[in-house]
Structures are given as structure tokens and as C-alpha cells.
Write a protein that binds this ligand. Structure first.
Ligand SMILES: C[S@@+](CC[C@H](N)C(=O)[O-])C[C@H]1O[C@@H](n2cnc3c(N)ncnc32)[C@H](O)[C@@H]1O
Length: 201
């Protein structure tokens, strides 16, 4: 069954500055993981509530690649980026729901950030495979889902999919009304014919 996707007209509500007062403060949440010059991948950015802060934190030498399946979300994001003078640091990509199509990014991304998007994707397994492939070894992935929409056991299944893709849980940051985890790319994937939890050297 097709997953429910956030309608584009909710995008501007999600990108509203009021959100930073009632929910997340993007700079506070993201600053510990980012440095100038980094390459960041943001799957499911909507209209860019987090994308603009990400672009500010990576500075003029960095870049943010924002991948969404809705052209109207990306158009709203681009408008906001131009107004903020950040358009040159942000690349928007329109994807199909089944695959983001990121082969060209293999091993080049320092940090993946995805917030409230993976539960809308047809396959968490495919998503984490693509994200892990894009990350540099040792690169980090910040993954959060809204606890109102995603039950704890569903989030745990998503985290297991991330582990199967070769990502290792580092810690669970506190994010209001959300499940959140930081994962790190390890060198090899877990394979099915090995004892549970063992890693291929
Ligand atoms: C609930 S919104 C969250 C937007 C943003 N992360 C935020 O917190 O404001 C989910 C976003 O994920 C996008 N999305 C859904 N399925 C996707 C997929 N398969 N690949 C990429 N983006 C997807 C939607 O179009 C929407 O923009």
C-alpha cells in the first residue's frame, strides 16, 4: 500500500519560523555535527525548515543536497533559499518515491539529515542503503521521526534497516515530540548468513 505523503500545502506551515519556538531549534540541534565546508544530504526537506540552517552552518564552501519527491516542496525551498541569499549552497533534486537516485554521490557526503520523512517512503531499507552509500566512511546520519505519527516499534524497525545498511547507532539525541538517533557509517554491511549483530571485517 502506498504511504501517506505530507501534502505540499503543509510545506509552508512546516517551514514557518513559529516552529522554532514551539518545536525544534534547527541551529541548536545541528551545530554539534557540522563544520564549514561539509557536504550534507537532506532527504525529504519539504520547504526547507532545516535546509536553510544547514546551509548557514556549512558556510560558503559547503553544500546541501536536498532531495524530495514533490516539485512544489522544492520550489518553495528554492524561493526561501534565494530570499535568504543561500541558493548557491543548496542543490535541489526531484526524486521518484522508490529511489532517490544518488549513485553520483557515492562516498562523498559528510552528514545526512532526515527529519519526519522516512516513514513516508516506500522502503526504509532502500532509503538507508542509498544514504549509507552516499556517506563517507565514518560519516554521520541524523535520523528523526515524529513520535505522534511513528510508533516506537516502527522506529525501531527503521533503525534496524539502517543497521543492516552498515550504519551503527551512536546515540539518541533528545528532540521534542520525536524519536531520534545518530548513526555512523561503518566499513562493511551486516550480512544475513552471519550470527545476528556480527560485522563483516
Ligand atoms: C512531513 S514532511 C517533512 C519535511 C521536513 N523534513 C520538515 O521537517 O519540515 C516529509 C517530506 O518528505 C518528502 N518525501 C516523502 N517521500 C519521499 C521519498 N520517497 N523521497 C524523498 N522525499 C520524500 C515529502 O514530499 C515531504 O516534503
Amino acid at each position: 500500500m502506498a504511504k501517506h505523503v505530507c501534502p505540499w500545502w503543509i510545506g509552508s506551515l512546516l517551514a514557518s519560523p513559529i516552529r522554532r519556538w514551539i518545536a525544534e531549534n534547527p541551529e541548536q540541534l545541528l551545530a554539534p555535527y557540522l563544520r564549514e565546508g561539509m557536504t550534507v544530504l537532506e532527504p525529504g526537506p519539504g520547504m526547507g525548515f532545516f535546509t536553510l540552517p544547514l546551509a548557514r552552518l556549512v558556510g560558503p564552501a559547503g553544500r546541501v543536497i536536498a532531495v524530495d519527491i514533490q516539485a512544489k516542496m522544492l520550489a518553495g525551498l528554492r524561493r526561501r533559499a534565494i530570499k535568504a541569499g543561500l541558493a548557491e549552497r543548496i542543490e535541489t533534486r526531484l526524486a521518484r518515491p522508490e529511489r532517490m537516485g544518488l549513485d553520483d554521490l557515492e562516498g562523498t557526503v559528510d552528514f545526512v539529515f532526515t527529519f519526519a520523512a522516512v516513514h513516508e517512503m516506500p522502503s526504509a531499507e532502500t532509503f538507508f542503503d542509498e544514504a549509507a552509500n552516499a556517506l563517507k566512511p565514518g560519516g554521520l546520519l541524523f535520523f528523526a521521526e515524529p513520535s505522534g505519527h511513528v510508533k516506537t516499534d516502527e522506529f525501531q524497525r527503521e533503525v534496524q534497516a539502517a543497521e543492516m545498511a552498515g550504519l551503527q547507532v551512536l546515540n539518541h539525541p533528545t528532540v521534542r515530540r520525536s524519536h531520534a538517533v545518530i548513526l555512523r557509517k561503518i566499513d562493511a554491511k551486516i550480512t544475513c548468513n552471519e550470527p545476528s549483530g556480527s560485522l563483516k571485517a
